[in-house]
Design a protein. Structure first.
Ligand SMILES: NC(=O)c1ccc[n+]([C@@H]2O[C@H](COP(=O)([O-])OP(=O)(O)OC[C@H]3O[C@@H](n4cnc5c(N)ncnc54)[C@H](O)[C@@H]3O)[C@@H](O)[C@H]2O)c1
Length: 457
């Protein structure tokens, strides 16, 4: 008689594979959600091998299924008195660590798959910050591009007219994301107050400072990404000083990643928007970019009017062919594929910091890790935005207002802690230097232990 012993690793792999198979069957049309789930699942096998109690409690099947998905009609009138209809979403994923927390995205590509991928990642990102916030995400397929200010206001009011009944400062706290900045948050907040009569400023974050908002929230994600990359570089006895940097996008995250990288002595030579990218070999003029994007709301191509030596090239992926030491993808999901990753590597890139959510696909991540490039995954590297949102909630609930320096110092410390926690988890589970594994594991364990404590539901 032969007795076969199944190792803990095998059992863990079978468990994770089984849950993923079921997930694929139930969500076969949700490519982005499955991609995000697969990246996290793979890194959790060593955790389940060491923690059979998580398998026993079927934590993975439970955590990957949102607490609830709310989807609703948003009808609004455009400037020509035509009635338009969009679809709104709020995915309340997990409130184990605190109220559901995550941004709202207004973009024509928004669908349930995109919101679920973002919401699922948000659970672990938020846990990594060490702040009391759970995971959620929302948005609409509304396209703000080309809309008047009045149309934006009417859309935001219509959106909140349904959303308000599902949120609250201790229940679910939305914020901005692509297409949703301080202006949109202001309109949403005004409508929430009209509907509820309550001045619950902690119900939304990303508000204007002085009106319930926090200083340094606007800068937080971009600055945080650079703080995180700086920790990776410091550990490798290196720094931003004198480095050539490429940043994709030219929105909220990109602008402040460029600002902090420049403050750290780097030369940032390129950035982009959805029409193409600019290359300025002498280093970007950030004041010009802020005027184009924050004041005029214009295309990045107009940058060449400010700087005659700069060039504009149509298309988004070409930006990764520009040789650089550090690349900060800060625009959108899947903007770096395997081919772009190989080009960056052959041009000598030393470090990647993901300011956007899931900007590198799985093939690209593996290329970077195999080539020994320092890789700061989104969940960890862009957690600064939501961390300062949690600080905004803290200020709102205690009716205090901290200085820019106070908030920035707390943000900096949080980013250092996330780096240390991710690094330590990667080492503990046998993957030293792999911050993808480390961030996923460190975030997951915090939530999984909370789930064990709360019992089955
Ligand atoms: N705002 C935050 O605090 C925050 C926090 C964490 C993560 N993120 C993530 O960062 C990314 C950017 O968010 P944001 O808040 O800066 O949004 P934003 O709307 O302010 O800016 C997005 C920018 O990306 C550009 N863009 C869109 N598609 C592009 C493409 N294919 N190629 C190049 N540029 C493209 C847009 O033109 C715009 O300049 C998103 O993935 C978002 O989920 C944002």
């Amino acid at each position: 008689m032969t007795i076969t012993t199944v190792s803990n690793e095998q059992l863990a792999k079978e468990y994770v594979d089984g849950v993923f198979e079921q997930l694929k069957q139930q969500n076969c049309h949700q490519a982005e959600f499955l991609q995000a789930a697969e990246e996290i699942f793979i890194s959790l096998v060593p955790v389940f091998a060491q923690h059979p109690e998580y398998i026993q409690a079927n934590i993975l099947s439970r955590i990957v299924e949102p607490d609830r998905i709310i989807s609703f009609r948003v009808a609004w009138q455009d400037d020509n008195n035509q009635v338009q209809v969009n679809r709104g979403y709020r995915v309340q994923y997990s409130n184990v660590m605190g109220p559901y927390k995550g941004g709202l995205r207004f973009h024509p590509s928004v669908n349930e798959s995109i919101i679920k991928f973002l919401g699922f990642e948000q659970i672990f990102k938020n846990a990594l910050t060490g702040q009391p916030i759970g995971g959620g995400k929302g948005g609409s397929n509304f396209d703000p591009k080309g809309k008047s200010d009045s149309e934006i206001m009417r859309f935001c009011q219509a959106f909140m007219t349904e959303l308000y009944r599902h949120i609250g400062p201790d229940v679910d706290v939305p914020a901005g994301d692509i297409g949703v900045g301080a202006r949109e948050v202001g309109y949403l907040w005004g409508q929430y107050k009209r509907l509820t009569k309550a001045n619950e400023s902690g119900v939304l974050t990303g508000k204007t400072p002085g009106y319930g908002g926090s200083l340094a929230r606007k800068e937080a994600t971009g600055y945080g990404t650079v703080y995180f990359v700086n920790e990776m570089l410091k550990d490798a006895n290196d720094s931003f000083e004198g480095k050539t940097v490429v940043v994709s996008g030219s929105g909220n995250v990109s602008t402040y990643a460029i600002e902090k990288a420049q403050q750290y002595g780097a030369k940032v030579v390129a950035c982009s928007d959805s029409s193409g990218y600019i290359y300025d070999p002498e280093g970007l003029d950030l004041a010009a970019i802020k005027e184009i994007k924050e004041v005029k709301g214009d295309r990045i191509s107009t940058y060449v009017n400010y700087r005659p030596n700069a060039t504009f090239t149509e298309g988004c992926t070409g930006i990764w062919t520009i040789p650089c030491d550090i690349a900060l993808p800060c625009a959108t999901q899947n903007e770096i594929n395997g081919e772009s990753a190989r080009t960056l590597i052959s041009n000598g890139v030393k470090a990647i910091g993901e300011g956007a959510n899931m900007p590198s696909d799985l093939e690209a991540i593996n290329e970077f890790l195999n080539a020994g490039v320092l890789f700061g995954p989104a969940k960890a590297a862009n957690a600064g935005g939501v961390a300062v949102s949690a600080l905004e909630m803290a200020q709102d609930s205690s009716r205090v207002f901290w200085s820019f320096e106070e908030v920035d110092a707390k943000l900096h410390q949080i980013m250092k802690n996330i780096y240390m926690d991710s690094k330590a988890a990667a080492e503990k589970y046998g993957f030293p230097g792999n911050l993808v594994m480390g961030a996923n594991i460190a975030g997951f364990i915090k939530v999984a232990d909370g789930m064990l404590m709360e019992g089955v539901y």
